[in-house]
Design a protein. Sequence first.
Length: 285
Amino acid sequence: MSFFQSNLAQRIWTGVIFGFAISLILLMAPNNVFFRILSGVTMLAFFGHALREWLIITSSSSQKFLWWSFGFIYILFPPAYYCFYILNNLSLENKIGVLILMSVVFIFTLVKDIAKEFISDKITVIILVVLVSPAILYLHDLVRDKSISPEETAIWVVLVMTLAFVWATDIGGYVVGKTIGGWKLAPSISPNKTWAGFIGGFAFVYFVFFLAADKIIISSSQYFIPFFICLVAQLGDLFESWVKRKFGVKDSGNILPGHGGMLDRIDGLIPALWLMFILLEVVKL
């Protein structure tokens, strides 16, 4: 097998494409309400697909209702919290349009397998595009000149910062863990994770933090934020590994070549966003 056909190559090119698309949306979002809405819709699509994978993984449990209830709250609350701020500053007409768009995308991610029983994948995608495109074009024209509230800007900064730290955690853990190896972190849960990778995640997070420190530091207390984001991101990764092992599943899905499922990609982001919600809304940091 050549390098270009290897799992590592698939991880790299999938990560580059995935990261570029997300970064483009986030970079355009600060001064454009349309891209804020698009970022919310994208989050719902990703987290909705992750929820679908969670439901499939835990469907064999005799306590399926509890697992599913937990999954709905645990996975869907972060994007719902972000979308609330997007909708809060819109007119009623815009709110209805955005809610319809978000609902179509979210429902599609949950029931697309049912659609496969009746129509092909290509036709399914065409139907989604036909349904969503008019709403996107309409919203672009409707909100392109609308001002963005300070609250929206603050939430956007938190989202980007959290995403950057979680990505740094994943990259640092993978690179350092693969390079150094050594003692296993939790062999009974995730045999491939090492203490070197665990520490490497923190090193990469603080590297990213100090690169952008002049743009995001408000008070000295923020120096602790990267540490806790990195910690809960790695705990979230271990938690998902434990759930998959409990139900005898290797990957949550296969939507991302070389990476597995969507839940495999955002397992650290979910608890990190929960942490930022607690710090912002409960602790009032």
